[in-house]
Every structure is written in structure tokens, then in C-alpha cells.
Ligand binder design. Structure first.
Ligand code: PEP
Ligand code: MG
Length: 315
């Protein structure tokens, strides 16, 4: 039985009515790619590049980065691979990029803001990605972390295009970019919602602080309404909208996200099987009904209950 299970081809992510929902992997090193492929990842929805920078006192060379990116891309021939530009600051501080004196690092020069004040780090990273893309067949998309304005989106897209990277998008992790999603998607080729930070910034609750952990809940209808805003902007502009935060790994929440207009889901590879199975239980209309029930609730607990109840009445 074990051999049979291993031999059975994993189906691509889809709803019960056949609507495709690509299921992608969140990865933090090139070495983790093989396992993700084995678990049925259809590509990579979030490649965190911080590992290259964490142990060093300065940025790694273009050549060292090129090698790592090439190894990643080679594991996904012909597949979509979304690489995130360095996300330094707040929960991922880097001594050579971030100011340790900031009183509120989560609200300071982090993510794309830190890269735009250290342009050579961004340029080197994009050069290394462009070189890796040249020699592999993967479909490379690049995205910027912690984007809060249209101007930042335009600047990042300009940098990416200057380096020969065709597909440039942004992470939606703060309420401003969710509320501006339609304008942002006029410039960006795609958006990817980072629900970990989007929840932190919507609820004004530090994602690392145990005493406010109860607020760090992506089921909160305030967070779901922002996701709905981004999903609607994706529908209007015809641009893809993914989710790459932890929320995508919660099977019923994954159904809600798709019902809110999200077109792909990226998660830790271990979560792929359960999410794949749950999506297959519902049609697009049913996912929309479950999402409407959740988003209309008053609290996170009620949103979960409403989604569970609606799901039960539909199946
Ligand atoms: C997020 O914020 O949801 C996200 C995917 O990015 P990270 O967890 O790396 O901040
Ligand atoms: Mg984030």
C-alpha cells in the first residue's frame, strides 16, 4: 500500500467543480525543495531569502546568491517560483541593514523600506535572480515584502524590470496595501497576501508577543474583510492574488480565502495534503457562501463557527 501511495500521482489543487487552485510551497532554503515536490507542491509561492543573509555580517555576493537561487529554480522546471526580496527587520533583524535603535521596528525601516534605503542590496539580489533565471526553465516571479504604497510598488517593479525580471509583484501585509489593492495591481503583476503580518498590523498586535497572541488570529473578520478587498481587486484587474501566510495552511480557512477571491495558496509543504482534500469538497459557489458567512461574523470565533456550520449544511 505504501508503494502504491507513493506511485499515485498527486492531483493539482482544485475545487469540486474543477476550478484550479494552485497549491504552492513556502520554502526557506533550496535544500527543502525536494521534499516539497514529493508532497505535491505545484511550485513555490514564497521563497524566503533571509537564510542567505542571517549568518553574515554583510550581504552575500551575487555569485553566492546566484548559486542558491539556481538550485531552487532547478528543482521546479517549468513551474512557477515566487522569490521574495530580502525581508529584513522587526521579527527578522539584520545588523548590517536595520537600525537596532528603532523603538518600534515593526513600524520602522523593514522589508522593502530597508531595501530602498540600501539599494545595492536589492540590485545585487535582483541581478543574482536574473542570472539564475537565464539558465533554468522555471517561471520566476519576484515580490517585495512589506509594501504599503503605490509608489513603493512602482519603484520595485521598475527595479525588477531593469534587471530583466518580467513578473514583479508585492506582498499585501499591511492594511494600506489591502485597501489600495486595485491601484497597486495596476502596476504589480500579482499580489500575495501575507496573513501573518496582515493580521499583526490589522489587529495592532505584535505577532511575537504571547500576551496578545489571542488577537493574532487570521479568522478575525477584520482580516477577512481586507482579504476580500484584495480578492475583489484581483478579479477586477484580472491579476493573480495568492495567500502565503499561515492562514493558507488551515484547510477550512483555505476554502474561505478562495471564496474571497484568492486564486492560489502557498503553505508549509506538510499542510498541502489536507488543504488539497478540503478544497475538493466544495464548489466555487459553495466556497463563496462559506466565505460570506465567515466575513459577516462579529468575532474570530464566530467566523470559524459560521464557516463550519455553512460547510456542514452544504455537504
Ligand atoms: C506573512 O507575513 O504572512 C508572511 C508570509 O511573511 P513572513 O511570515 O515571512 O513575515
Ligand atoms: Mg511577513
Amino acid at each position: 500500500a505504501r508503494a502504491a501511495a507513493q506511485a499515485a500521482p498527486l492531483t493539482d489543487g482544485a475545487l469540486a467543480d474543477g476550478t484550479p487552485v494552485p497549491l504552492l510551497a513556502n520554502l526557506g532554503t533550496p535544500e527543502s525543495a525536494a521534499e516539497a515536490v514529493q508532497l505535491g507542491a505545484e511550485g513555490v509561492g514564497l521563497f524566503r531569502t533571509e537564510f542567505l543573509f542571517l549568518s553574515s555580517e554583510s550581504a552575500p555576493s551575487v555569485e553566492a546568491q546566484r548559486k542558491a537561487y539556481q538550485e531552487l529554480l532547478e528543482a521546479f522546471p517549468g513551474k512557477k517560483v515566487v522569490v521574495r526580496a530580502l525581508d529584513a527587520g522587526a521579527d527578522k533583524p539584520l545588523p548590517f541593514l536595520n537600525d537596532a535603535e528603532e523603538e518600534n521596528p515593526a513600524l520602522g525601516l523593514r522589508g522593502l523600506r530597508a531595501l530602498l534605503t540600501n539599494e545595492e542590496v536589492l540590485r545585487d539580489q535582483l541581478s543574482a535572480l536574473a542570472q539564475a533565471q537565464e539558465v533554468t526553465s522555471a517561471d520566476l516571479w519576484v515580490m517585495a515584502p512589506m509594501v504599503s504604497t503605490v509608489e513603493e510598488t512602482e519603484t520595485f517593479a521598475k527595479f525588477a524590470h531593469q534587471h530583466g525580471l518580467k513578473t514583479a509583484g508585492v506582498m499585501v501585509e499591511v492594511p494600506s496595501s489591502a485597501l489600495l489593492a486595485e491601484q497597486i495591481l495596476k502596476t504589480a503583476d500579482f499580489a500575495s497576501i501575507g496573513t501573518n503580518d496582515l493580521t499583526q498590523y490589522t489587529m495592532a498586535a505584535d505577532r511575537l508577543l504571547g500576551s496578545v497572541a489571542g488577537l493574532q488570529d487570521p479568522w478575525h473578520p477584520a482580516v477577512l474583510k481586507l482579504v476580500r478587498e484584495v480578492g475583489a481587486a484581483g478579479t477586477v484587474t484580472g491579476k493573480p492574488v495568492g495567500v502565503c501566510g499561515e492562514a493558507a495552511a488551515d484547510p477550512l480557512l483555505a476554502v474561505v480565502l478562495v471564496g474571497l477571491g484568492v486564486t492560489s495558496l502557498s503553505m508549509a509543504p506538510a499542510a498541502l495534503a489536507d488543504v488539497r482534500a478540503e478544497l475538493l469538497r466544495f464548489t466555487k459557489d459553495q466556497a463563496r457562501a462559506i466565505a460570506t458567512a465567515a466575513v459577516s461574523a462579529s468575532t474570530a470565533a464566530e467566523a470559524l463557527q459560521a464557516a463550519q456550520h455553512t460547510a456542514t449544511t452544504l455537504t
